[in-house]
Design a protein around this ligand. Structure first.
Ligand code: CTP
Length: 420
């Protein structure tokens, strides 16, 4: 069956963890407050979650938080009366299909590396035969300390999967490696490692992004305000959902997401060629690029001097990439974008038909619009033949995740024989 998707969920992960028992270990670190998001993400992905905390973790977050979010009592005291009869530590260790310790402090990594079993969580890690994942989180100097490096290497050598840490701003005010990996990413990492896979596993997704530049002369061009943020966020989300991703991008200042084939182009004609060359490879094409509709009929080879009082530029229509992909005999599932200043929903429906697309995602742009060009947030009206959905204003990374889920659902609805 196709994965069922509810795009109205606050931050649906792209992972599938149905029927998995995940034991989530929390150790003492400031990142422990983010672990609440991991519990929610794991449950949304279908997992059953039990939480075990070290005594230090309880100084940062109350067990009650995790009890409420997981729907089960939190294991934190090895010697609490009744604990062993309810679900003893050996039983809990056997119950788990995987253990994720997030955050994993330097102290906890050291203790597990040495095989110490001096609190409940460390005991569970020692007693369990299920795969063990750790998301280290600590100050950058602690992470780089030779003792921590030795423990991390020993754990990895014994098959413990270290997820992160990431680089970035730290709670202590410093910058460097040691940040806990983001909760949504940890949920995805776990899903991939446990072979539940992603929503787009095995599919090839081609995305166009950014503006194009149409040269007038060697120093001037016609372009637009597109930043490429939406397309780049979609490329990362599709990759996280397990797809092979190719990203054809006009000139932007963004770094392409890791593990994505990035193709840089400048003009609408170059983008046309790059997309059409890959359209046969793709199962899904998403045209987020703001392609110039008109380009100078001829680019001057020398800089135009300002001799005349008036200058007329002759422009030719560019070819419509989306329409051309949708017209291919063996076309991929085609998703168009529409940036509109007015009548967003009506224009989106018109473009769906006019371009022969399978889905159109439209947003309001211009003064007063909350999202869109060069903003970090966006809100989308998404339509297809026979349905529509509104994705309310949210960061573009989040909108990208929701849209990927919607695309996956529609893709499988139209390719029912290709259900995963
Ligand atoms: N598009 C395209 N090739 C073009 C122009 C647009 O592939 N030459 C694609 C965009 O990538 C987007 C969709 O068409 O997915 C809609 O783009 P938009 O600029 O909103 O619409 P236009 O077709 O250009 O129509 P108009 O400017 O009249 O609104």
């Amino acid at each position: 069956m196709a994965p069922r998707i509810d795009p109205s969920l606050p931050f649906p992960p792209l992972a599938d963890l149905h029927h998995k028992h995940i034991l989530l270990g929390v150790t003492g670190g400031i990142a422990a407050y983010k672990t609440a998001e991991i519990v929610r993400g794991l449950r949304r992905a279908g997992a059953e979650v039990r939480v075990a905390m070290t005594p230090a973790a309880g100084r940062f977050v109350q067990p009650l938080t995790f009890e409420a979010l997981s729907g089960h009592p939190v294991a934190h005291d090895m010697f609490a009366p009744g604990t062993e009869s309810a679900m003893g530590h050996i039983h809990l260790a056997r119950w788990a299909d995987a253990i994720l310790v997030a955050p994993a402090s330097a102290d906890f990594m050291a203790r597990v590396s040495l095989g110490l079993a001096d609190d409940l969580l460390a005991t569970l890690c020692l007693a369990a035969e299920a795969p063990l994942f750790m998301a280290p989180a600590m100050n950058r100097a602690m992470w780089r300390h030779p003792a921590t490096c030795a423990h991390a290497a020993a754990l990895a050598g014994r098959g413990v999967a270290l997820l992160g840490p990431d680089e970035g701003d730290q709670a202590c005010g410093e910058t460097g490696p040691g940040r806990m990996r983001e909760p949504a990413q940890l949920v995805l990492d776990l899903a991939h490692a446990l072979a539940g896979g992603g929503l787009l596993s095995g599919l090839r997704v081609l995305i166009s992004a950014g503006p194009t530049r149409e040269p007038i002369d060697p120093v001037r061009f016609i372009s637009n305000r597109s930043s490429g943020k939406m397309g780049y966020a979609l490329a990362a989300a599709a990759r996280d959902a397990g797809a092979d991703v190719a990203l054809v991008s006009g000139p932007v200042t963004l770094e392409p997401p890791a593990a994505v084939e990035a193709v840089r182009v400048e003009t609408a004609a170059e983008m046309f060629d790059a997309v059409m060359a890959r359209a046969g490879w793709a199962d899904i094409y998403v045209g987020t690029a703001a392609v110039a509709d008109y380009a100078p009929a001829e680019a001057e080879t020398a800089k135009i001097k300002k001799h005349a009082d008036r200058l007329d530029l002759a422009l030719n229509r560019t070819r419509d990439i989306l329409h051309s992909v949708a017209a291919l005999p063996d076309k991929p599932f085609v998703v168009g974008f529409a940036a509109e200043t007015d009548e967003v929903e009506a224009h989106a429906r018109t473009k769906l038909e006019a371009k022969g697309a399978d889905m159109v995602a439209a947003n309001a742009v211009g003064s007063g619009a909350p999202g869109g060009f060069d903003r970090d947030e966006n809100a989308l009206f998404v339509c297809w033949r026979g349905g529509e959905c509104r994705l309310p204003l949210a960061p573009k990374t989040e909108i990208a995740h929701r849209l990927v889920r919607l695309i996956a659902e529609r893709y499988y609805a139209e390719n029912t024989d290709q259900d995963p």
